[in-house]
Design a protein around this ligand. Structure first.
Ligand code: HEC
Length: 172
């Protein structure tokens, strides 16, 4: 009888740790999502504390006037005086109001939901090659909207600089 109670006790302790282990694992997976991708424009909700740093965003290769259905290779570049203390340097999320954003560089960028964003590999950079396929009918002005984080590399959302920019192109 005594032994049985002890067994039950051990079982409960194991069960408790088991549940705790599973829970900690799920939470970790959730937060890892941000090193891995950030498919939203809400970076500023979490990444705060480095508002005094300069952050400039450029999109090289963006045409002033676009040709219908043409695929453009663009280079998204973040410049910031906020330096990173590790391999992790930054991330982004981008959307186009028309046409289609493409994964030109599958190692460092990915489509996730409605956004083009960085991958686990891609967070090591502050520049990424991205693709944009112009709409078939060139009858509208298109905005490519970009939200970026210049990371301080501490594996947390604190003390990272956030920037937003809209890049515009018109039909021929
Ligand atoms: C809901 C909160 C939240 C939002 C929104 C969010 N992040 Fe994060 N981000 C985190 C957390 C938490 C981490 C810590 C590392 C991890 O677990 O992924 C992080 C880490 C990062 C890192 C590494 C930071 C460092 O200093 O090491 C980058 C880069 C990053 N996020 C980019 C972005 C970008 C870009 C956006 C918006 C497009 C964004 N995140 C939106 C919570 C968020």
């Amino acid at each position: 009888m005594k032994i049985q109670t002890k067994d039950a006790g051990i079982f409960l302790v194991l069960l408790f740790f088991g549940i705790f282990f599973v829970l900690s694992f799920t939470t970790r997976e959730d937060t890892y999502a941000f090193l891995n991708s950030a498919p939203s424009f809400e970076c500023m909700d979490c990444h705060i504390g480095a508002e005094d740093y300069v952050i400039d965003i450029m999109l090289e290769g963006m045409p002033e006037r676009y040709e219908p259905s043409k695929t453009y290779e663009l280079k998204l570049i973040i410049r910031s005086d906020l330096e990173s203390i590790s391999d992790i340097k930054g991330g982004f999320a981008a959307q186009a109001t028309a046409g289609e954003l493409l994964e030109k560089d599958e190692l460092n960028t990915q489509i996730s939901g409605d956004y083009l964003t960085h991958t686990m590999e891609g967070n090591k950079y502050r520049e990424w090659t991205i693709g944009w396929k112009a709409p078939q009918v060139a009858d509208e002005r298109v905005d490519i909207e970009v939200m970026v984080v210049a990371a301080n590399g501490d594996y947390s959302p604190s003390m990272d600089a956030v920037g937003f920019e809209t890049f515009r192109t018109d039909p021929e």
